[in-house]
Design a protein around this ligand. Structure first.
Ligand code: FES
Ligand code: FES
Length: 157
């Protein structure tokens, strides 16, 4: 079947199998920041934003994004031009591994699009479904609060 959707601001029109997982499609399109951790909706490593809301791409099939906007971490910023939220993760030492970090940043981004003044508990709740299996969450919470501070100061784009 033909699928038409927007990925990181670019329109795509392509053939997909009706049952193709969204996660597979995104990786097929080069979005290697989208990771498969559990494959069962439990870890958050495959998180992407669908029309601005965080979803688990391992639980969706490609046709579900027909006519919609998908954003992956690749659409937020680049190595040479990071988004302030990514800069906050770097500054706070919150980039722990490539597996959990993309999903963490995207759920944080969704939170900060809804509020510029989250409490530490708001941040903990936002990232509650995104698991780190090895390090911890303290620096991640610090980074999101730092990014929120920068947003209030008008440093976001
Ligand atoms: Fe999708 Fe774990 S891979 S939630
Ligand atoms: Fe990424 Fe723990 S799973 S740092």
């Amino acid at each position: 079947m033909k699928l038409s959707f927007e990925l990181n601001g670019i329109e795509h029109y392509l053939d997909v199998e009706p049952g193709e997982p969204l996660l597979s499609l995104l990786r097929r399109l080069g979005m290697k920041s989208v990771k498969e951790g559990c494959g069962t909706g439990d870890c958050g490593a495959c998180t992407v934003l669908l029309n601005g809301r965080a979803v688990r791409s391992c639980l969706m099939v490609a046709p579900q994004v027909q006519g919609k906007r998908v954003m992956t971490l690749d659409g937020l910023g680049t190595v040479n031009d990071p988004h302030p939220l990514q800069e906050a993760f770097l500054e706070c030492g919150a980039v722990q591994c490539g597996f959990c970090t993309p999903g963490m940043i995207l759920v944080a981004y969704e939170l900060l699009t809804r509020t510029s003044d989250p409490t530490p508990d708001d941040v903990r709740n936002a990232i509650a479904g995104n698991l780190c299996r090895c390090t911890g969450y303290v620096k991640i919470v610090d980074a999101v609060l730092r990014a929120a501070e920068w947003k209030r100061e008008g440093r976001w784009r």
